[in-house]
Design a protein around this ligand. Structure first.
Ligand code: ADP
Ligand code: MG
Length: 693
């Protein structure tokens, strides 16, 4: 898969994907039928056809240049994991044949003992296994056949992020179908959670990236003074793509298209050096796989172009961080988008019951949704005066708001009619205003025919927020179905439920400015949770409500919840610990030596030339260096006393003591950086990284 050559997207699209078309062409009719039915039903493949499928897959993959295969999975840490096995199998006399069996396709046994299991594997069994998710297509990348899989312990407990997503997709489908059926729809056979993620990222020059240990090890700069120019002019947002960036994006698109990923829009973001890539929506589990591939491909293509793609939520303090907008909806297999209001939403009970259910789910399980996007990196965004706030609220727009109000009050709704915006230029079309205007500050916004969950961090696996959202909505839909199935007049009962739900959960609707302090106060009055950091968010997994919803829907059992709690806390602590150790290393070995070296130079000039300005600078540098040294000592001792009573206490300690010791060190370092000669400061500064891409 080289880069640089221009091919038409439709010619290369899906070239490296074992798609339905490829399957059809290469499998016997009987095997194709079984496989297709399996994929459509989301079941696991019958072993009777597995050998034929595996063999066809292998032949196809070899033609695409593959020599290996891998069960590709999403463990609880890191992004993805893969272990490559060659297709070869010895046949004696020193020769090998290329082999790949149905058994190898369906199930893998990675030596997984060093993946986090939060105690599950120790108690259950020593190893885990991976199982093919045949609803997400296999593909060839870098000479390897990739088989998307879910990761389990031997006793069947989930050890990854993919499996709960698959479970949640199934529960959502079955509960939504119950509601549809109760309301008279008998034609839909499946309901699909559709997801379209938008990925933000930064690009920096690779040479500079490699000079910063903090970027290499932690993904973010741990210090760095603000450059004279930041994002205040907003001249970057949607600005012209620079040639170098344009070339990178072109190659990125090409690589993604080959993998069957619908890379659609790309543009510059608000912060300098920040960009975004959106793909067209897919079923949730495929979207999660595709987003992971987008992230990985961004990194590898950037490297080829002498760039580094930064996916961390906050690579640079003082300029916007990066997130991921998760566009989410529910659609039936026969093409009904259940969140599409149609032309007259007030007369559309199906839309209203799904809308009201989502609103209720988001309000009741706000803390779980907050947890689903919590990470050490995302703590720099959520609740830190940046988009979006940590309080979960829903934006519905003017039209829906009026409809909701009329339902709650019982007053008739008068459709004001959509406003026609005449742009006053005859060559431009007259446009009908969207029924929802854009509200960029809302964490959960209704955007016409879908919701947009905007709290996810740029580095997170979207499987997490997607499975939580699916689960909590499925829970409410199951309650709706319980009621409707018992009712004599289901439609009237649905209307009553819509009114009940909207009345009880109106408090979560907020159409104003989510960044304002007034909203924080108002939200507190409304009783909406405002969970300020990851550690506190993780605690939510222990609540009775979380347990009930996950075990009730069958998405996670108690053991799995317990293990996830431990793993999430450990991940948090480890992340902060690595950041602290990296900062200590850089201060000890780069920053303090450079500062002290410079003070020696100043001392010489002051003495030899009797320079007053050198003397002044020397005094201030010496005192800054001492300050830096004492902050370094404090940071070291904060890290040294890091072991708490249990995982929660340790994580909370890291959040409270280690993070603040790092911040204190950073403040001094940034002061020093501002007065150090450019050629003496040992690492690239913000203006180098943000404005010299
Ligand atoms: P924005 O202005 O936020 O960029 P777009 O219209 O470009 O909005 O769409 C953003 C994302 O929403 C795309 O990934 C798109 O595929 C996705 N999207 C559109 N409709 C749906 C839907 N029904 N379900 C899930 N995602 C959707
Ligand atoms: Mg968007």
């Amino acid at each position: 898969m080289g880069c640089g050559k221009t091919s038409s997207p439709d010619a290369i699209f899906g070239e490296y994907v074992f798609s339905e078309t490829v399957m059809k062409a290469r499998l016997s009719k009987a095997a194709f039928k079984v496989l297709k039915a399996t994929v459509d039903a989301g079941k696991s493949l019958d072993t009777s056809v597995a050998d034929e499928v595996a063999s066809a897959m292998k032949e196809w993959a070899i033609e695409k240049g593959a020599t290996h295969f891998t069960h590709w999975f999403q463990p609880m840490t890191g992004i993805t994991a893969e272990k490559h096995d060659a297709f070869i199998s010895p046949v004696g006399d020193g020769r090998v044949v290329m082999e790949f069996s149905g058994k190898e396709l369906i199930k893998g046994e990675p030596d997984a003992s060093s993946f986090p299991s939060g105690g599950l594997r120790e108690t259950a069994a020593a190893r885990g296994y991976t199982a093919w998710d045949c609803t997400s297509p296999a593909f060839v990348k870098d000479g390897t056949l990739y088989i998307p899989t879910a990761f389990f312990s031997y006793t069947g407990e989930i050890l990854d992020k993919k499996a709960p997503l698959l479970r949640s997709v199934e529960v959502l489908s079955s509960q939504a179908l119950r509601v549809l059926k109760a309301l008279g729809n008998t034609t839909s056979k499946k309901v699909i959670a559709t997801v379209g993620p938008e990925q933000e990222y930064f690009l920096v020059n690779r040479t500079q990236y490699e000079k910063r240990l903090d970027l290499l090890l932690t993904g973010r700069t741990l210090f760095g003074a603000m450059p004279p120019k930041g994002q205040e002019l907003e001249d970057q947002y949607f600005g012209r793509l620079r040639i170098k960036i344009g070339e990178f994006m072109h190659d990125l698109d090409t690589e993604l298209w080959k993998l069957g990923i619908t890379a659609k829009t790309k543009h510059n973001e608000v912060a300098p050096a920040q960009h975004e890539l959106a793909i067209i929506f897919d079923p949730a589990n495929v979207a999660a796989d595709h987003n992971l591939l987008v992230m990985e491909t961004m990194k590898t293509v950037a490297k080829k172009h002498g760039l580094a793609a930064l996916l961390h939520e906050k690579p640079f303090a003082g300029v916007n961080g990066s997130g991921k907008h998760i566009n989410w909806s529910v659609a039936t297999d026969d093409g009904i988008n259940l969140l599409d209001p149609g032309t007259a939403p007030i007369e559309n009970p199906l839309f209203l019951i799904f809308l009201a259910s989502v609103i209720k789910a988001v309000d009741e399980y706000a803390a779980l949704l907050r947890l689903s996007v919590a990470s050490a990196g995302n703590d720099h965004r959520l609740g830190a005066n940046e988009a979006p706030p940590a309080i979960i609220s829903i934006f519905v727009g003017e039209e829906l708001d009026a409809i909701i109000k009329s339902i709650i009050s019982g007053n008739p709704y008068s459709d004001a009619g959509r406003v026609q915006t005449n742009l006053g230029v005859s060559s431009l079309p007259v446009i009908t205003e969207d029924s929802t205007d854009r509200n960029r500050t809302s964490p959960f916004a209704f955007t016409g025919n879908k919701f947009e969950f905007r709290m996810c961090g740029s580095a997170n696996n979207i499987a997490e927020p997607c499975f939580v959202l699916n689960t909590v909505v499925a829970q409410i839909l199951s309650e709706v179905a319980d009621t409707l199935e018992k009712a004599t007049d289901a439609e009237a009962e649905a209307k009553a439920l819509i009114k009940d739900f909207l009345t009880a959960h109106e408090r979560v609707i907020f159409n104003g400015n989510g960044y304002s302090d007034a909203w924080v106060e108002e939200a507190a009055k409304r009783g909406l949770p405002n969970i300020g950091n990851t550690v506190l968010a993780i605690k939510e997994l222990k609540s009775e409500k979380s347990k009930a919803v996950f075990t009730g829907t069958g998405v996670l059992n108690e053991k799995e919840l317990e293990s996830r709690y431990e793993i999430l806390l450990e991940n948090y602590t480890k992340t902060i610990n690595i950041e602290a150790l990296t900062l200590i290393d850089m201060m000890d070995r780069q920053l303090l030596p450079a500062t002290l070296g410079y003070s020696l130079t100043l001392a010489e000039i002051a003495e030899k030339a009797g320079s007053q300005s050198a003397k002044n600078r020397l005094t201030s540098i010496v005192s800054l260096a001492d300050d830096m040294d004492s902050k370094l000592t404090a940071l070291k001792s904060a890290v040294a006393s890091g072991d708490g009573e249990d995982a929660f206490a340790t994580a909370l300690y890291y959040r409270e003591s280690v993070v603040s010791a790092m911040e204190a060190a950073r403040t001094v370092i940034d002061e020093v950086e501002k007065v150090m000669p450019a050629d003496v400061w040992p690492v690239p500064v913000y203006s180098d990284m943000l404005f010299r891409v």
